[in-house]
Every structure is written in C-alpha cells, then in structure tokens.
Design a protein around this ligand. Structure first.
Ligand code: DON
Length: 355
C-alpha cells in the first residue's frame, strides 16, 4: 500500500518521509533476532523492562496480604519487621530485576539446604547423597522426628532438618571451624558475594536448638550421621543463620538455573551433571508437607526458609526469589509464595508447560 501511495505521488514531503520510515521499521522488525538481541530480550522473549514490570506488579498485588506470622520458635526471627517484602528475578544470563525490600539482609534458614546438598553431590556424587541421606519426600514437617522412626533411610532427604544436618556432617572437614568455613564459603560461591553468619540469629537459634539436637543424636544413634552430632548440628545452625538479601538469593538460584555457573561472577560453582538431581529433590521436597501442592500450583523446583525467603528455579532460564517474614503453618512465606506463583504463571514458566 505504501508503494502505491509513493508511486502515485499522493505522498510528499514529511508525509512521504514518515511512510518510508514506517515501511523500513516494519521490515527491520520482521528480521530474525541476532543471538545478542535475543539474549537482551530475556529468556522468555521479555525485555528487561517487561520483567521489571512483572516484579513491580507482583509487589503491588501482594504487599498488603496480611496472612501468616513470623516464625517465633527461633526468638530472633519474631523480631524481624513483618511488612518487609522483596521480589527479584535473576536470569541465567545475569540480568537482575527487583522490587521492594531486596537489599535487606535476612536469615537464609532452610533455603541454604539445597546448596549444601549440591556441594555434597558435587564432591561425592549423587549416589552418596541418595545412599547416605536419601532423596524421598517425607510428607511430614521439616523438623519431624517421626520421619526418622518411620523411614528406613532415617534422614530421608537433604531438605528436611535431619537430612540437612546429615549433609553438613558429610562435608570433608577435620575440625568444626573447617566445617563451618566450608558450609559458608559454599553459600557465598552460589551468591557471588561473601556471606556471613548473623550473630543475633545464631545465638538465638543455637540457644533454642533442642529439637535439632535431638534429631542429630537420633541420626547418630542410627549411624546416619557422619561426624560428631553436636558439631554437625552447630554448623547446620550457623549455615541457617547466614544473612542473605533477596538479590543474593536470586543469584544463588540463577546459578542452578545456569547449570552450576554463577551468572554474575561467571565462575563454575558445581558440576552441571548434578544440577538436575538437585532440582528434582527441590521439586519433590522443597516445601516439605506442602511440596505436592506447590508443584501442582507453581510447577517449579523451589526451597523455602522459615526466615521468609523462597527461591524457585526455572531450569536453563532464571530464578525468582522473594522474601517476606510471615509464614504459614508449614513454615513457608505467604507473600513470597504468592509472588513467585504469580510471576511463574505470567511467564508460563512451569516446567510442566510445553515451551
Ligand atoms: O532448623 C531449623 O528449624 C531452622 N534453622 C530452619 C527451618 C526452616 O527454615 C524451615 N523452612 N521453612
């Protein structure tokens, strides 16, 4: 049509220029993207600004949700301001978009567990974790002692407290200090930043760790713990007390999304071949006795922490992290779950949806 208009001379001066411009722009827009342009548009074809809009939207939509309450069985967690709420998407090619309280440092708690599991799989192989800890979901709360009695594997999987304490006991350390350094350095590598223990959280958690002490002793009794029980439990408590921001948590998840290479530091953190096994255990056990519901509703491997953090991984593409202290009965953050499910559904990111 533009050609007709030009040929007929109906279009002159600035109008003619505008028509030529639009014809050229349309032609350029229909050209296939270069690899660089495709990467710039993001893993789902969204631009950075579209991903930013999505996290802003999720923040606005869920910031006033009032359900849930801060965990208080660890007294220091009860003191964290309940209104804090942050959401971050970190892509496998290193883009980070964020909304809300994304630079606030909070206790990583159980979100640390898959990263220690990944380190043990990296060092000792998936089979060592399967055989010495287990990889089955318990269908029971994270601190269940009944699971230890019910299941032959005892520790059951590395994402419940029993299995996570067993994973810490498998770190190849000769001393408690070495074990502690290994656990924290590992989390730092995933985050691409030097993470440290929040002393107030650790003191509060270690002083009230009677349940975890019982778990460690039970496992030791059943020969399913591989170091001194108090040492394993103490280092596990340190690992849970590590401070992290929602941005750092998203980068930790994006390292798994990126096959074990931190997309910001570009350093390989764990072998690619163990990442799918890590993600599978996260899918089946990352939400404890809510793992089935989470898998059905979000369709993403994820891990929660009683400090209010959750990270979900879209393999090969991105991670979504969110932080908000009020948790539900199972110890999973209410606002963070809503935000992640909303973003995952808007992106069509469930691993069960054909892309
Ligand atoms: O061992 C505990 O009880 C805490 N350090 C961690 C528990 C936790 O984060 C449960 N997850 N939602």
């Amino acid at each position: 049509m533009a050609r007709v208009a030009l040929a007929s001379g109906a279009c002159r001066g600035p109008r003619r220029f505008a028509v030529v411009f639009f014809v050229l722009a349309a032609a350029i827009a229909s050209l296939p993207l270069t690899a660089e342009q495709a990467v710039a548009r993001g893993p789902f074809g969204e631009s950075r600004s579209a991903l930013q809009k999505l996290v802003d939207e999720a923040y606005a939509k869920f910031k006033d949700v009032q359900e849930g309450k801060n965990a208080d069985y660890i007294p220091a967690l009860a003191k964290v301001p309940s209104q804090l709420f942050g959401i971050v998407i970190a892509t496998a090619d290193g883009k980070v978009v964020a909304a809300g309280d994304v630079d606030y440092t909070f206790a990583i708690e159980s979100v640390s567990k898959p990263f220690t599991m990944a380190r043990i799989m990296d060092q000792q192989g998936y089979e060592a974790v399967r055989d010495k800890i287990g990889v089955e979901p318990t269908g029971l709360p994270f601190n269940s002692k009944m699971a230890i009695e019910l299941y032959k594997a005892r520790s059951v999987n590395p994402l419940v407290n029993a299995g996570a304490i067993a994973a810490v006991s498998m770190l190849p350390a000769k001393t408690e200090a070495e074990r502690s350094a290994m656990a924290i350095d590992n989390l730092s590598q995933f985050a691409g930043a030097k993470l440290t223990v929040m002393k107030d959280i650790f003191d509060s958690e270690y002083a009230s760790a009677w349940s975890n002490r019982a778990i460690a002793n039970l496992l030791y009794n059943y020969e399913r713990l591989y170091s001194d029980p108090e040492e394993a439990m103490k280092v596990y408590t340190e690992q849970c007390s590590v401070g992290v921001t929602a941005k750092q948590l998203a980068i930790m998840g994006a390292t798994l999304a990126n096959g074990g290479v931190n997309p910001v530091t570009k350093k390989r953190v764990v072998k690619e071949e163990i990442v799918d096994e890590v993600l599978a255990v996260m899918l089946t056990a990352g939400f404890y006795d809510e793992s089935g519901r989470w898998s059905a509703e979000a369709g993403l491997p994820a891990k929660t922490g009683v400090g209010g953090g959750i990270v979900a991984v879209v393999p090969g593409r991105l991670a979504i992290a969110s932080f908000s202290p009020p948790v539900n009965e199972a110890g999973n953050s209410v606002r963070a779950q809503l935000a992640i499910k909303y973003i995952a559904s808007r992106l069509g990111a469930s691993i069960f949806v054909g892309h």
